[in-house]
Design a protein around this ligand. Structure first.
Ligand code: DGY
Length: 327
């Protein structure tokens, strides 16, 4: 009997492709091109499953053009590249890759906070450019981290990981805002206090964004919100581009209306707003918060487990729309 066919839409660890090939006919993307919609649809013809990353948009048009598709497994915890309602309507299962990246991503959130507050990349560029000819008392003075107020917008698993690092490691006063409040037990574990979004913006010395991107969180941080922040505050985005209005942020940074920002995600990435590339008080990284070898392998394995579990036994590990399974 011939094996079912699947598409692995981006380059991934060879051992993951080998694993999938034990169960499926696998078409890969050896040049790791990011296909446009027509290119993706063309490659999905005849495929019952797809292994995707955040760069493949699965919407009603793609689903209508690929009627054999049964599952799309995202190698990411975020799934804003999926139109989950359209997938459910089409009877296509979506899966994501939660939990395995929580601690690594929280580590990176803290690394970005530290680099931003202590001006690490800005001062390194200065040194590499041969501009360091004497020590000076005020050279690259940054913002205090220990004992300061850490604000977290979005208090899921990664937000909680950032909170624990701040509270337990750096003696920070942690405040958070989220759609729903944590249980008293979790608040105690994170040493975090629930506040309104207004109080969060007003009080945070470092504001870390860890909320999912949805129509409701589009530009959750825009000019009006930036205006409420302290002029000495930093803003860290490890969530998704589009949550911050990048043009408004670039202007606020240029006018020093906040001290600095650290951004791992961007509106329209991999394009970056040109103004952000010219302001000095921002640390920019290319969406690498979960990028350690071990974590990326665990994410890829979980996406593969979802494909194998669903297509061979009807049992995915981390379904996003489990109602599809009941049909
Ligand atoms: C995720 O898992 O959502 C990360 O942002 C990587 O895409």
């Amino acid at each position: 009997m011939s094996k079912p066919s699947i598409l692995v839409a981006r380059a991934v660890f060879p051992q993951i492709v080998d694993r999938l090939a034990q169960h499926f006919e696998v078409e890969t993307n050896p040049s790791d091109e990011v296909w446009d919609k027509a290119g993706l649809i063309a490659r999905l013809q005849g495929k019952v499953g797809a292994f995707t990353t955040g760069s493949e948009r699965i919407d009603a048009e793609v689903l209508a053009a690929c009627p054999q598709l049964k599952i799309v497994a995202n190698m990411a915890v975020g799934y804003n590249n999926f139109d989950v309602a359209a997938m459910t309507a089409a009877g296509v299962l979506g899966t994501n890759a939660p939990d395995v990246l929580t601690e690594t991503t929280a580590d990176f959130g803290f690394a970005l906070l530290m680099a931003t507050a202590r001006r690490i990349t800005e001062s390194e560029h200065f040194l590499r450019a041969g501009k360091w000819n004497k020590w000076a008392y005020d050279m690259f003075s940054g913002c205090e981290v220990h004992g300061s107020t850490l604000g977290i917008l979005g208090m899921g698993r990664i937000g909680q990981g950032v909170a624990k690092r701040g509270a337990h490691g750096f003696g920070m006063n942690v405040i958070y805002h989220n759609r729903s409040r944590l249980t008293p037990e979790l608040e105690a574990e994170c040493q975090a206090r629930y506040v309104s979004k207004e109080e969060l913006l007003r009080s945070a010395d470092h504001l870390v964004l860890v909320l999912p991107y949805t129509p409701a969180s589009h530009h959750a941080i825009g000019a009006a919100e930036l205006a409420q922040m302290k002029p000495t505050a930093t803003l860290i985005n490890i969530a998704r581009g589009g949550i911050v209005d990048d043009a408004a942020l670039a202007q606020a940074l240029r006018e020093r209306r906040i001290a600095a920002a650290g951004l791992d995600v961007f509106e329209g990435e991999p394009q970056v707003h040109p103004e952000l590339l010219t302001v000095p008080n921002v640390v920019l990284t290319p969406h690498i918060a979960s990028a350690t070898v071990g974590t990326r392998l665990a994410m890829a394995n979980l996406a593969a487990d979802n494909l194998v579990g669903f297509l061979t036994q009807g049992k995915p590990l981390t379904p996003l729309n489990p109602q599809v399974l009941a049909r």
